[in-house]
Write a protein that binds this ligand. Structure first.
Ligand code: T4K
Length: 439
């Protein structure tokens, strides 16, 4: 594992893991000596073979990033133009961009408040006769209900693709590695990911017909000397990227273990004291062997003295660069806000307002985690802040202000409804208490 830093340094989320610097430098020298830089040379070929063997999947394609990987898969499925693809609104923008890039129509569904993932319940609420596929996202290193989603897709005769950008090394509840589910899956090897190759992506599939279409598509549609058989583009991964990925892959078990240990440590420290108003997402999945905890995320709930954005700003004052994720929800980002005007997705919007992602990974030390948790505990004792302007610090584009105002009003309305329903429950329970005590 690489050098850890002392506790006073700047802490960021997504600091790249470097698992075998010396080995990689040797590989770079070999690449420079052989002058085979790209076009599926020995490193990219070996990477694909190793990914197949590690995940126990039939086909793997190394591509330049997950965004193009998603678009390649959707194109390879040959859907009719304008077909609807159901996907979560609580994901990175690249998931939806891939859908429109292929001439398909994104239909945003809400997600489960417990797991942050989509399942049959959310997908069935959006299904229509025009649905051609589900594009589910295995967020934060956790697998979706792959069996439930597959049964639903089979019953409706639609395709199922997974955006597994966050989740290389994760397993579904049946114990099988992600990479083996749906029609195809796409992983990201972006610098900030658990498994990174500077930039890069991987497509995996067990379906030969899809693999057959992906081969030429990645390389301009070329199928032989002077032979172009179909549309394609340049989606290849270079040899240097592939060499780095291979070094990371050799250490994948260690890497996953490191993220899981970090999640356990955060959880143990947070649980040493009561920190009301903080929900620790990772805590609920620590006993799932298959969850990599590739991100560590908390929900800052309304009963915490600071808002989520205030927490981010205060951490930042302490040189800790936590981040909110997927704000304000894909259905509220352009170009989708225009086509999905009026769409309300309560869970997504709640998560967009409450989730904060904290630093984890191989560069994060025990002292770093203690430092973050101690600050959160300190914040939990602060008096409620009034009129704290955090917008400039977290750089919200001013063109979004009216949209944000509308969103905050919606949110306020929903909390008011929640308070009303809590008050009713309290009255009901209080009325029952003397009766139960008497029984
Ligand atoms: N699907 C999902 C669900 C995804 O989350 C993503 C990408 C995709 C699809 C598409 O995958 P790719 O096409 O990228 O393969 C990042 C990444 O650019 C993106 O890959 C990722 N998801 C997305 C969630 O986040 P930012 O905006 O967080 O990156 P940035 O530059 O703010 O970096 C975060 C922190 O990491 C910085 O504070 C510093 C640190 N960092 C970052 C880089 C790039 C470093 O220390 N070194 C670095 O080289 O976007």
């Amino acid at each position: 594992m690489n050098t850890k830093e002392n506790s006073t340094t700047r802490l960021v989320i997504g600091k790249p893991n470097i698992m075998d610097r010396e080995g990689f430098i040797r590989d770079v020298n070999e690449i420079l000596d052989t002058r085979i830089f790209t076009n599926l040379g020995p490193f990219a070929t070996k990477l694909e073979a190793m990914v197949c063997s590690y995940l126990n999947v039939k086909h793997a394609f190394a591509v330049s990033n997950a965004s193009v990987g998603l678009a390649m898969v959707l194109r390879a499925m040959e859907f009719r133009a304008g077909g609807e693809v159901i996907l979560p609104a609580y994901t990175f923008i690249a998931t939806a961009h891939a859908v429109i890039e292929c001439g398909l129509k994104p239909i945003f569904c809400d997600c489960d408040p417990h797991s942050h993932l989509i399942g049959v319940k959310e997908v069935s609420a959006c299904f229509s006769p025009n649905t051609v596929a589900i594009l589910a996202v295995n967020l934060w290193g956790l697998a979706c209900d792959v069996q439930g989603l597959q049964s639903f897709a089979d019953e409706k005769h639609i395709s199922l693709v997974y955006d597994s950008a966050h989740s290389f090394g994760a397993r579904a509840s049946c114990g099988r590695f992600l990479g083996n589910f749906g029609d195809a899956e796409v992983f990201s090897m972006h610098a900030t990911k658990l498994f990174n190759s500077f930039e890069g992506g991987l497509i995996t599939t067990n379906i030969d017909s899809i693999a057959k279409r992906l081969v030429p598509m990645r390389n301009f549609g070329i199928t032989g000397q002077d032979q172009v058989s179909c549309w394609g583009s340049n989606y290849k991964l270079s040899e240097v990227h592939a060499a780095f990925a291979l070094r990371q892959l050799c250490n994948i078990v260690k890497l996953v273990e490191c993220y899981r240990e970090n999640a356990k440590l955060y959880t143990r420290l947070l649980n040493e004291d009561s920190v009301p108003g903080i929900r620790n997402w990772n805590e609920h999945f620590l006993d799932r062997e298959g969850c990599t905890h590739s991100y560590f995320c908390l929900e800052v709930q309304p009963n915490f003295p600071l808002t989520r954005d205030e927490v981010i700003a205060r951490l930042r004052e302490n040189n800790i660069f936590a981040k909110r994720y997927f704000f304000p929800g894909l259905h509220k980002c352009q170009p989708y806000a225009r086509t999905h005007e009026g769409l309300t997705l309560p869970v997504t919007e709640k998560l967009c307002a409450e989730v904060v992602v904290l630093p984890t990974g191989s560069t994060v030390t025990q002292a770093d985690i203690e430092r973050v948790v101690n600050l959160l505990k300190e914040f939990s004792k602060s008096p409620r802040q009034q009129n704290m302007n955090t917008d400039s610090e977290i750089s919200i584009d001013s063109s979004h202000i009216s949209e944000k105002l509308r969103y905050m009003r919606d949110l306020k309305h929903r909390y008011e409804e929640l308070i009303k329903s809590c008050e009713q429950d309290i009255c009901f329970l209080q009325a029952r208490l003397p009766k139960i005590q008497g029984e």
